[in-house]
Design a protein around this ligand. Structure first.
Ligand code: SF4
Length: 183
């Protein structure tokens, strides 16, 4: 599908909070359409540009759940700076796999992983530079207002392309049920 470039390129930021980067890899799955995307948008903060802070943007794509204090800081910065905030994938929308730890006390998990497990290092890391873990893992809409949700684990490249080009074209994004993927 050819998409007419907007008069002015939109700015897009992407970030992975606590996720596996699978949703970003899916974005790369749009293959040669990446060249078309590059004509339509300019990337701000993103692993694609390696820019670490977010300036004013039109669209933010957020992968991953909110697990620690740094995730909260990054997410709030993106919300402040971006007009449309999109939750991409199951982790951002529901907490996904990282939220499996919500069944346990976070102190117990740290003790088990770093002290009790055979071969563990014997103490819980406490370097002040490490972001503090939150008591629970949260979906992003429990921290900031979210404008759009793209379900899937990960959403397919085709679904991301359709959604993005709808947003860039000023249309209400629509995906049919067959586009959803959880594999
Ligand atoms: Fe990875 Fe799936 Fe979470 Fe995306 S939704 S970050 S692919 S686990």
């Amino acid at each position: 599908m050819n998409v007419r470039p907007p008069m002015k390129k939109l700015k897009v930021a992407t970030t992975s909070l606590s996720g596996c980067f699978g949703c970003h890899m899916s974005l790369l799955d749009i293959d040669e359409r990446l060249l078309e995307l590059a004509k339509l948008v300019e990337f701000d903060r993103s692993p694609i540009t390696d820019i670490k802070t977010c300036g004013p943007c039109d669209i933010a794509l957020i992968e991953g759940a909110v697990c620690n204090s740094e995730n909260v800081h990054v997410l709030r910065e993106l919300r402040r700076n971006c007009k449309m905030l999109v939750a991409v994938g199951a982790c951002a929308i529901t907490g996904g796999l990282p939220a499996q730890r919500n069944q346990r006390d976070v102190g117990e998990i740290l003790q088990r992983c770093y002290v009790d497990m055979p071969g563990a290092q014997g103490r819980v890391p406490d370097d002040p530079e490490l972001p503090l873990l939150l008591d629970k893992v949260y979906p992003i809409n429990e921290i900031v207002r979210v404008d759009y949700f793209i379900p899937g684990c990960p959403p397919s490249g085709d679904a991301l392309w359709k959604y993005l080009t709808d947003l860039i074209g000023g249309r209400m994004p629509r995906l049919d049920y067959q586009s959803f993927r959880f594999d």
